[in-house]
Design a protein around this ligand. Structure first.
Ligand SMILES: Cc1cc2nc3c(=O)[nH]c(=O)nc-3n(C[C@H](O)[C@H](O)[C@H](O)COP(=O)(O)OP(=O)(O)OC[C@H]3O[C@@H](n4cnc5c(N)ncnc54)[C@H](O)[C@@H]3O)c2cc1C
Length: 415
């Protein structure tokens, strides 16, 4: 792989850009791999990357039914933070956030990480107590957050109306090193690095069955034929239940559409990310100037990967008291993605009842921020055959044992 650098840009400018190579190859599948990962979203690609980087396992195929990054990874609103309540969550999300800090250099691909700061508003007394509790917990978890008052909120984000009347802003949980990154670039950067290590990323190839013998996986059936493997990783977000059924087990996961929208581009007016969980909406401004707006999930389970008009209306109505300026914006685009929700709103990174088969799912509305950390933990588990410290708490057995990692406040509405 030729490195991207200022020198490379100058060299290619001098020779009419004839020397650039394709960022990743498009190979035909081989008959057998050491590891097959199903799903070329961020989590699947990051798993493959850290298998190669941390363990030298490069005979890997990542199989994708559409185009890489075309699932939730390319549909999310890119919020990155690690201000969760429970120790297991804080550990994996903070690992992820810290990997994001240097991911552009690591991948030699600009993922446009922008640690502009994330605030989660407190608009009821209950929320004030909740976020103060999280700030105290974070202090013990080496996650830097603080509870700030309404004046500081206004100073950091002047377009906010802090006076109500229904829901005045009483403060916020502030994480100064939270922020955003370019979602496609995260997928593309990992894909390029995986391809450079000799891995095969096979797009437009749907997995339609899982083959096994003696309780162990032997490969997958796909629209491009059978592909054998020693180990299988299932990393397909909203379609996890479908893949689990093919592999012969059930998952405690529901699939629901989550929607978002963007406004027309406007001049820079907001350089932080704000989440308002009481009214159910959040807002940031993209580098192009669009106001990126998200709300909650649909009220019913579905696989409908698109936006709906009533959702735009609900979300904008929720936000307009706190951000009066959005009443004058024209909305440009809306879309949806199918998210995978567990009962405790925490992910699953786990071995499965089928031997040599591992699953990574349940990131629900908030897994973009987790991509590097989740890939790191999943690769560690797949290489060693058993979950390491980052993944241990997120096993499937927790649902049987009632040992939930309840993040419904940190992850139920917020992303
Ligand atoms: C509107 C919206 C806003 C969000 N906002 C945020 C946010 O601000 N911050 C945040 O942290 N998270 C956010 N999320 C959540 C985040 O996007 C996801 O948790 C994360 O992207 C999941 O990544 P993934 O790699 O697991 O899944 P995906 O990116 O969905 O990748 C899974 C891939 O598997 C493929 N696949 C499925 N079935 C098969 C099959 N049978 N064969 C082959 N391939 C298959 C799919 O095509 C897909 O490409 C948001 C999600 C949505 C929808």
């Amino acid at each position: 792989m030729k490195r991207y650098s200022a020198f490379a840009i100058a060299r290619e400018a001098a020779r009419y850009h004839t020397g650039w190579e394709r960022a990743w190859k498009s190979p035909q599948p081989k008959s057998h791999y050491d590891v097959v990962i199903v799903g070329a979203g961020g989590h699947g690609l990051a798993t493959a990357y850290y298998l190669g980087k941390n363990f030298g396992i490069t005979n890997v195929a990542v199989i994708e039914k559409g185009w890489l990054g075309g699932g939730n990874t390319g549909r999310n609103t890119t919020i990155i933070r690690s201000n969760y309540l429970e120790d297991d969550s804080a550990a994996i999300f903070e690992k992820s956030r810290s990997l994001y800090e240097t991911l552009s250099q690591d991948l030699n691909y600009n993922i446009m990480f922008s640690p502009r700061g994330v605030m989660m508003l407190a608009q009821t007394e209950h929320e004030v107590r909740g976020w103060m509790r999280t700030a105290h917990a974070n202090a013990h978890q080496n996650v830097t957050t603080e509870f700030i008052g309404p004046e500081r909120v206004k100073e950091l984000c002047p377009i906010i109306n802090i006076d109500g009347p229904r829901y005045p802003v009483l403060g916020a949980l502030w994480q100064a090193r939270g922020g955003t990154a370019r979602h496609d670039a995260v997928a593309w950067g990992y894909a390029r690095a995986c391809s450079a290590m000799g891995m095969d990323i096979i797009q437009k190839c749907e997995v339609t069955g899982v083959m096994s013998e003696g309780g162990k996986v032997t490969g997958v059936e796909t629209t491009k034929g059978r592909i054998g493997c020693d180990k299988l990783g299932i990393v397909v977000a909203g379609h996890s239940g479908v893949l689990a059924e093919m592999a012969g087990f059930r998952l405690p996961v529901e699939s629901i559409a989550l929607q978002a929208l963007v406004s027309e581009p406007i001049k820079p007016c907001m350089d932080v990310v704000v989440m308002a969980n009481t009214v159910h909406g959040y807002l940031s401004q993209s580098d192009k100037g669009e106001m990126v707006i998200g709300g909650g999930t649909d009220g019913f389970n579905n696989y409908t990967q698109r936006g709906s008009f009533h959702h735009v209306e609900e979300t904008v109505r929720a936000l307009v008291e706190t951000f009066p300026m959005i009443s004058r914006l024209k909305m440009l685009r809306q879309w949806g993605g199918i998210v995978d929700m567990t009962g405790d709103r925490s992910p699953i990174i786990s071995p499965t009842p089928l031997g040599n088969t591992y699953i990574n799912c349940g990131w629900g509305t908030g897994g973009f921020k987790a991509i590097p950390g989740s890939g790191w933990a999943m690769a560690d588990m797949m290489a060693k055959g058993t979950p390491g410290p980052l993944a241990r708490g997120f096993g499937l057995e927790r649902f049987r044992e009632g040992r939930f990692i309840d993040e419904s406040v940190a992850a139920g509405v917020a992303h």
